[in-house]
Design a protein around this ligand. Structure first.
Ligand SMILES: [Mg+2]
Length: 381
């Protein structure tokens, strides 16, 4: 059993990106995250809710909405609670209501507390049913859209020196085959390469993907809209490159439906979008049952959120490099201790300390704080 939760601290922070991140649906320059700390007498469980800003057009789960859900619906009921199993966490998370990004903040902190109480890592707690835990996981480089091909190539070149295990470029209508050909020409056919369209194409574009099919890509990530399962299935039937479901993989039911209908053969699992470790694990197992490989994507989150992905990526059916990248890749700073750093060429070590294996730097929380709220057993209002 964990100890009784006596204090919950929420801190909304904003850390600027080093450069704006552009995809087919919008761009973002500042990363919002809500740090969640659940305290017992024995331990602190850490979580992160990492929604995108409303302006990004990616998701309806905004920082303001998540903050309100956490303060009003999710956190107050946690005080005085203790628990001893992932099933108890799942039951409470299901009852909580509110945005899945908000629920993920608390659910992941609960997993941290439970793993610590069992003297296990979160990877071990996740993998208990799988008897297989990797000690290092692979990091893939993701780059956004750039105004020119030269800037795209330069960005890839700069970062590839760190040994990333694959490169993912964003594409959008009119900025696709030319970019892929340029990357192939510059870096060669051996580079593990994939494209992410964030749903920007339709069935009219299957001819384009047939052309891309000849360029030996690892996968086409979300070529068509999240709900266009017929379009995705028609595309998958027309090409040999696997289609990867990302935005489509928002819920277990939707993902199962998409896999049954042949809309893709790979799934990008995001802990935030799934609503925490429990739903992410369920999605991993669903993919395995359907013979679909998966991998761990990011929003990207700040350090605590990305560290969670390192644990998830140890699972056996996570067969492609993650989108998890070092703290210094996207953000001018990070609030996680230690900062996320590659421990080998394109590799992250999986922490061996109990729980998440990462801490929060209180000075950084204060420095980047937008608002803070504490709940205690004495003043829960
Ligand atoms: Mg994607």
């Amino acid at each position: 059993m964990t100890g009784t939760i006596k204090r919950v601290a929420l801190t909304h922070i904003q850390i600027p990106l080093k450069e704006p991140f552009r995809i087919s649906g919008g761009e973002v320059a500042i990363k919002d995250a809500i740090s969640v700390a659940l305290e017992t007498d024995a331990a602190v469980g850490l979580g992160e809710s990492a929604p995108m800003p409303a302006s990004f057009g990616y998701s309806g789960d905004t920082p303001e909405g998540c903050w309100d859900d956490l303060c009003e619906r999710i956190v107050p009921g946690l005080l005085g609670w203790s628990f001893g199993s992932i099933e108890e966490i799942a039951a409470r998370a299901e009852k909580a209501g509110g945005s899945r990004f908000a629920v993920a903040g608390v659910e992941t902190a609960c997993w941290d507390l439970l793993a610590q109480s069992r003297h296990e890592t979160i990877a071990e707690l996740l993998g208990a049913a799988h008897s297989f835990v990797n000690h290092q996981i692979e990091s893939g480089l993701a780059v956004g859209l750039y105004p020119t091909v030269v800037e795209l190539l330069k960005t890839i070149e700069t970062h590839l020196a760190e040994g990333y295990r694959r490169v993912k470029i964003k594409i959008a209508p009119g900025r696709d085959i030319e970019l892929v050909r340029a990357v192939r020409q510059h870096f060669g056919d051996e580079l593990p390469l994939m494209v992410d369209a964030n749903g920007a194409y339709t069935r009219e574009d299957i001819g384009l993907f047939r052309q891309l099919d000849a360029l030996d890509l690892l996968m086409f990530e979300q070529p068509m809209a999240a709900n266009d399962l017929d379009g995705l299935a028609a595309l998958q039937a027309a090409v040999t490159t696997p289609v990867c479901l990302d935005e489509t993989a928002d819920t277990l039911e939707h993902t199962a439906d998409a896999l049954r209908r042949g809309a893709g053969r790979i799934v990008n699992i995001k802990i935030q979008r799934a609503g925490g470790f429990g739903p992410a694990l369920a999605m991993h197992d669903l993919c395995q049952a359907h013979g679909a490989a998966c991998w761990v994507g990011t929003m990207p989150e700040l350090g605590i959120g990305q560290a969670q992905g390192i644990h998830l990526a140890t699972l056996a059916n996570c067969k492609y490099p993650t989108d998890i990248e070092p703290s210094a890749r996207w953000f001018v700073d990070d609030y996680v201790v230690p900062r996320l750093e590659l421990t080998g060429p394109g590799l992250f070590s999986v922490p061996t300390r109990p729980g998440l294996g990462f801490q929060v730097d209180p000075a950084k929380l204060r420095r980047y704080q937008v608002r803070q709220r504490e709940f205690t057993t004495h003043t829960s209002a």
